[in-house]
Ligand binder design. Structure first.
Ligand code: NIG
Ligand code: FE
Length: 414
């Protein structure tokens, strides 16, 4: 039996919903429902009740937490990471500081291929150990759900190894985890001149094998200039669809690649990055079920142009923010920083940023029915902040950890 928890005297309870929505779009992103001077009751790992302190029911919980001066948020949902990786890449980063671009480093066999070489020499146990450390780190910053991709294997054996590691993490971590197969992350060295053959390998060998072991929830392709073409992407997503794998793809980070359109064609759950998004891409996304997902950590770290988030929201689109936690282009999974970057880089208001990192992030990993807001019956993944003056303080006061207590599945995490 899990403890019954009453959190009382909450200065402000953030992102409450009476009628839960799966996502918020356009102008609605600027709205955020909150309750000042609130209580929250957690039972059996779920949100059982909430409201104004003056209406707190007569109730005998196992544990009472006094949150005076503090706020309660639903945990962040980080819908795009590559946090299973064999080693950091700070040495290669020096080349970046000295002026080489992400693409130039990739062309030299660095970047993703560098991680793939190391992946081959790293055991499942080592990968689990280092990933668990990263998971604990992101929990401490307020994440309650995370998507993790493969994509540093780039051969059948190592891609399956990565996916098995993610499956194991689902069992041992209190986080809600979704896994995505990203065999099409880069063209491996030995297939440099045989890109089509590598795509064939993904379609004919990797996808059937991972499907047989039920190792992935979603399928991804890095559809961009110098990586996989729209044609490659079309073939891979079509093959994935036959096994029920919904796409979540990397698109339009380096160019107007057509990635957004092919993602929408296959009813992708999300298309991610989106630095190169124009009118045509926005029109493709309108009237689709696809969540445009922006990764400010990568754009910031690589010094890229920023995705036109304001235009997207003004056109009526929803937007999610995710960390892209990976060793090459975004070595941080801190969603509080991502929330701040939403305001700093994209001029999102605090309300828009909170919607983008909670409910819309949840939608982008298809967990918005159980996470992403404070609503009766949802999983009790929430965090209590330190004493803060307002929720607007969260994006504003960037760079420090404002989370004090984390509750996952209704249990206090420490
Ligand atoms: O999302 N864009 C492609 N893939 C990753 C980078 C992974 C890496 O460099 O290791 C990204 O930024
Ligand atoms: Fe990524």
């Amino acid at each position: 039996m899990k403890e019954k928890i009453l959190i009382k005297n909450i200065k402000e309870l953030i992102q409450v919903e009476d009628k839960p929505k799966r996502k918020v779009c356009g102008k609605d992103m600027a709205k955020l429902s909150t309750i000042k001077n609130a209580y929250l009751i957690i039972e059996e790992g779920k949100i059982y009740g909430f409201g104004k302190m003056q209406n707190v029911p007569d109730y005998s919980p196992d544990k009472v937490i006094d949150a005076e001066g503090k706020m309660v948020f639903p945990s962040f949902c980080d819908s795009h990471t590559h946090l299973v990786y064999p080693a950091s890449r700070e040495i290669e980063y020096i080349d970046k500081i000295k002026g080489l671009s992400y693409e130039e480093i990739a062309k030299r066999g660095g970047g993703i291929l560098n991680s793939a070489r190391k992946m081959h020499q790293t055991s499942e146990d080592q990968l689990i150990e280092s990933a668990l450390e990263r998971l604990n780190e992101i929990i401490s910053y307020g994440s309650g759900a995370v998507e993790i991709k493969s994509g540093y294997g780039l051969n059948t054996e190592d891609e399956l190894k990565m996916l098995r590691v993610i499956k194991k993490l689902k069992e041992i971590s209190p986080l809600t985890i979704k896994s995505t197969f990203l065999g099409a992350h880069a063209i491996p060295q030995k297939y440099k001149a045989y890109q089509t053959e590598y795509v064939d390998l993904i379609i004919n060998e990797m996808i059937p094998m991972l499907a047989a072991e039920e190792l992935a929830d979603y399928i991804d392709v890095f559809c961009d200039r110098g990586f996989f073409t729209v044609d490659d992407t079309d073939r891979i997503l079509n093959a994935g669809m036959k096994y029920g794998l919904r796409p979540k793809i990397h698109a339009n980070e380096l160019d107007y690649s057509g990635g957004i359109q092919v993602g929408v064609k296959y009813n992708a759950l999300s298309v991610d990055h989106l630095e190169f998004t124009g009118e045509e891409e926005i029109n493709a996304l309108l009237n689709s079920e696809t969540m445009p997902t922006v990764l400010p950590g990568a754009a910031f770290f690589l010094g890229m142009v920023y995705a036109p988030v304001r235009k997207m929201i003004d056109a009526g689109l929803p937007v999610a923010l995710a960390s892209d936690f990976n060793p090459g282009s975004s070595p941080s999974g801190n969603m509080q920083f991502i929330l701040s970057m939403g305001s700093i880089a994209y001029k999102m208001t605090p309300e828009e940023g909170i919607n983008a990192t909670t409910i819309n992030g949840a939608y982008a990993m298809d967990v918005s029915e159980e996470l992403g807001s404070i609503a009766i019956g949802k999983k009790a993944n929430v965090f209590i902040t330190k004493k803060i003056p307002s929720y607007e303080f969260m994006p504003y006061y960037y760079g420090t950890n404002k989370v004090e207590t984390v509750i996952l599945n209704g249990e206090i995490w420490d």
